[in-house]
Design a protein around this ligand. Sequence first.
Ligand SMILES: [Zn+2]
Ligand SMILES: [Zn+2]
Length: 170
Amino acid sequence: MPQRTDLFDLGRLGLTSGEGRRLELFVHIEPFAYGGSSYAVMPELLPVRLDVSRTTGQGWALRLRFSAGLEGPCMRCLEPAAPVFEVDAYEVHQPGGGEELTSPYLDDELDLAAWARDALALALPAQLTCRADCAGLCPQCGANLNEDPSHAHESEPDARWAKLSELKFD
Ligand SMILES: [Zn+2]
Ligand SMILES: [Zn+2]
């Protein structure tokens, strides 16, 4: 059973300036509330790859990579969806380097869980769908257009003809 890492103590790697290390860790990411629904992040114990480099002046350069699925209803057709997203994120932390070189995830320890969650949030599109070309639901009757691509309704009669049909010819 892999161990879950929420906080990681970079100092314990004992790296000196110019040294680096690649780590394979597991995080848990809390579900996302998105468009009124809840989306669980899968797998529950998510494997991540963390590249750590010790820079000069007691700084850190970090790279985090993983792929995660989001499980919940498709925002177009409401069927179950599980789109997968690739995440590739960088953080630089340089003591005394000013705000731009200060990582919000690095204090005494690296807040891996918070970083992974924010990085995944940035990778999400505006709509979570079962597939990129999901056809959604018929706006008139709610039928699933993925299952019935030729679905159509009688077109509305032309408004001018509707007006004419109201005329009474006695
Ligand atoms: Zn869909
Ligand atoms: Zn319809």
